[in-house]
Design a protein. Structure first.
Length: 371
């Protein structure tokens, strides 16, 4: 891998991330529901809003800063938080927890007790207030369509997105404060999601599970959904360290290894993955491919995967670089995606530049540089 090329592309991706504007569009309340369900949700675009696309964006920015051992993005991050807190946070839910992954680190580094208090408040929300499914799962509660202060409930539904957006944060909080209840809950959520979302034949994960119908909706192996686990599970195990029991670690790790092995087998010739993983006639999707690549490289860096996985990882990095435009925009990123009942639902999600697309690509390039 060409380190100079990776660095130059990474710089373009990051600069675009920090300057990503939302397109001129109608507010959510004026957007037809069918268009919103294709991903046309105004608050999802750009870098300014407090929600999951931007939260994932900030996470990638912070990981690059950590990798470089600098404070070069501190001014941007601090200003982003202050501006959003001045506006007022949206409703508490799974997706609006994503920015807390970054606030978690900033509150400690800058010794900001008011931010630390917000992190504790969000952890307690997840534990005590967030609606739970049967068997105590985290219901995938999101912001309401067209109302940032409202919520959209998905009763008795587990979504794989939840693991990255909220459970990773809760686990980190548990370790920081040596809170056994928070640690146990985070581990339990991973185990429960694996139980109901992991396909025993392939090792891939379904997007969601409903206790009401007792099925995995359309039974789709969605690229980005799987990628939340590919990256999120290895980041979770790394963050938890010795705080997680050996038996639980083995269950999570084996589920992760089963998934990674299947993902490598499904890798396209250009190094990336299709938006529906097992349907090569669907388009290549880069945000999920970025997180999958980052997760595999993370596993190699941690010594969990051996060198036999390097060719696949290098091929994926090469593929990602080809989707970074001269303006830094990562192409072929699908917009926000709710659980769907068929392949057409996922294929019809609009393609747009997104903060998480920039960030997840950056995570893969960061991991490549570690090598």
């Amino acid at each position: 891998m060409d380190k100079t090329l990776i660095n130059s592309k990474l710089e373009l991706v990051i600069q675009k991330l920090m300057n990503l504007d939302a397109p001129d569009m109608a507010m959510d309340k004026d957007t037809p529901l069918e268009e919103q369900l294709k991903g046309l949700v105004a608050r999802d675009f750009g870098i300014r809003e407090w929600d999951w696309p931007q939260g994932v964006g900030l996470y990638g920015l912070l990981q690059l800063q950590k990798a470089r051992g600098t404070t070069e993005f501190d001014a941007f991050l601090l200003n982003w938080v202050e501006e959003n807190l001045a506006i007022g946070q949206p409703s508490a839910n799974i997706n609006t927890t994503a920015p807390y992954l970054t606030l978690f680190d900033l509150s400690e580094h800058y010794e900001k007790p008011e931010w630390e208090a917000l992190c504790k408040e969000r952890a307690m929300f997840l534990m005590d207030t967030l609606p739970k499914t049967k068997e105590g799962g985290f219901e995938h509660l999101t912001s309401a369509l067209g109302d940032r202060n409202g919520v959209w409930r998905h009763p008795d539904e587990l979504w794989v997105d939840t693991l990255f957006m909220a459970v990773l944060f809760l686990g980190k909080m548990g370790v920081r404060y040596q809170n056994a209840a928070w640690i146990d809950e985070a581990v339990y959520q991973f185990l429960l999601h694996i139980r109901y979302l992991s396909d025993k034949q392939t090792g891939l994960l379904y997007h969601g599970w409903t206790f009401e119908a007792m099925n995995n909706f359309g039974g789709i192996f969605w690229n980005r959904g799987n990628s939340w686990f590919t990256y999120g599970a290895i980041a979770f195990l790394d963050a938890m360290g010795d705080s997680i029991r050996s038996a639980d670690r083995r269950i999570i790790l084996n589920a992760w290894l089963n998934q990674v092995n299947r993902l490598v087998a499904l890798q396209d010739a250009d190094g990336l993955w299709h938006t529906i993983l097992d349907k090569p006639d669907t388009y290549i999707e880069t945000s999920g491919s970025g997180a999958i690549t980052a997760g595999i490289l993370y596993g190699i860096r941690c010594g969990i995967l051996d060198s036999s996985y390097l060719p696949a990882a290098k091929n994926a990095v090469s593929g990602l670089l080809s989707y970074v435009g001269e303006d830094g925009v990562v192409g072929n990123v699908s917009a926000g995606t709710a659980v769907g009942m068929n392949a057409e639902h996922y294929e019809n999600i609009m393609i747009r530049p997104m903060a998480y697309g920039q960030s997840l690509t950056a995570l893969a390039l960061i991991e490549a540089l570690y090598l």
